[in-house]
Design a protein around this ligand. Structure first.
Ligand code: COI
Length: 353
């Protein structure tokens, strides 16, 4: 793929690496490519990060036909750029696109575009502990039309943001509210797709949970409101009586790359890991019997996030005395050490640029 490169007139000052937060600062350049019916994906360009020009009738603004991904670049101690299972993100992007009737991208072309952008933005990859360069590839419908149908024009873009921890709590345990009024996904819906509307639909529940003092919500299944699905921006795991359990991928749960990596890591350490339907009652009962050892979330942005409290309006449980559990700590260290090139990568997950 022949990428046109447009140089920036000036470069931005880099933010303080100790106070990055998440998704607040954007680098100097972005990648962009257009899709037109009959022409396919054309005009691959790396250009200065700048506002987009959109018509008020751009389909994305009305019907939300959009998909996205999130992955991170790290700097090794030798100064090499490392990526964690990047092809998985672009393959998942195509799976999400398929559900949303968005044309697929060529995974190798998309990865080449990302590599080139990372090469140009090399100085933006932070090295301070716990930081990384978050990569956000996304595609949206951009035909100027108001009929509800698939778009004849899409835009694929990649933007970059240096980040620290996703939660303001950092690695400290988060408090999660079990959502029993609103639902995130239903069978046959778009729950498994990383599509904009899933997140838009989650904001009210998250907003209400925040007002009650919780960081995120735990979603239950959309039919019976009984079975655990996922947390706002992460998959969820429970350690009960030594066994690790996590909701099975049932079509309404996001197939997390960190989720899959954690399952492989745990199995390789000899843990029994089971993916199955999990009733919320089972978790509360295990807590009552003293058998709920740990709860943690997994995600690219969240990495491993220990859960210290789970609550409904009627019941509240404290997990691991509200402290970071041993397994969560081990997983966080193991995963981030592999991602940062500190520990050998026996799984072949890390791509060195
Ligand atoms: C990620 O973990 O990369 C995500 O995409 C979650 C996000 C919505 C911040």
């Amino acid at each position: 793929m022949n990428i046109t490169i447009i140089k920036a007139k000036s470069l931005k000052e880099k933010p303080d690496p100790k106070a990055l937060g998440f998704g607040k600062h954007f680098t100097d350049y972005m990648f962009e490519m257009d899709y037109f019916d009959g022409k396919g994906w054309i005009n691959p360009t790396i250009k200065p990060y700048e506002p987009l020009e959109l018509h008020p009738s751009s389909l994305i603004l009305h019907y939300g036909q959009a998909v996205f991904e999130g992955l991170k670049a790290y700097k090794s101690q030798e100064g090499k750029t490392l990526l964690f299972r990047p092809e998985q993100n672009f393959e998942r992007l195509n799976i999400s696109s398929d559900r949303m009737c968005i044309p697929e991208i060529n995974v190798n072309d998309a990865m080449d575009a990302m590599y080139k952008l990372l090469e140009i933005e090399n100085d933006w990859i932070p090295t301070f502990e716990g930081t990384s360069l978050y990569i956000r590839p996304f595609i949206f419908a951009n035909e100027n039309a108001l009929g509800v149908s698939t778009s004849a024009h899409f835009k694929f873009m990649i933007i970059l943001t240096p980040v620290g921890a996703y939660y303001s709590e950092g690695f400290s345990p988060v408090k999660i509210y079990v959502e029993q009024k609103y639902v995130r996904a239903v069978p046959g819906g778009v729950g498994m797709a990383k599509t904009a509307g899933n997140y838009a639909a989650s904001i009210k529940a998250q907003y209400e949970a925040k007002k009650k003092g919780y960081s995120q919500v735990l979603w239950l299944d959309g039919c019976e409101h009984k079975y655990v699905e996922e947390v706002g921006t992460m998959n969820v795991f429970f350690k009960v009586n030594g066994e690790v359990i996590t909701p099975e991928l049932n079509g309404s749960i996001l197939s997390g790359i960190t989720r899959n990596s954690v399952i492989q890591l745990l199995k390789s350490e000899g843990y029994k890991v089971t993916e199955r339907r999990i009733e919320l009652k089972e978790i509360f009962d295990a807590a009552d019997k003293g058998e709920l050892d740990e709860v943690f979330g997994t995600g690219t942005a969240a990495v491993i996030s220990p859960v210290g409290e789970l609550a409904t309006d009627d019941k509240k449980i404290t997990i691991s005395d509200g402290k970071v559990g041993k397994l969560s700590q081990w997983l966080y260290n193991e995963l981030t050490d592999i991602q940062n090139g500190i520990k050998p990568d026996k799984f072949g997950w890390v791509k060195t640029l």
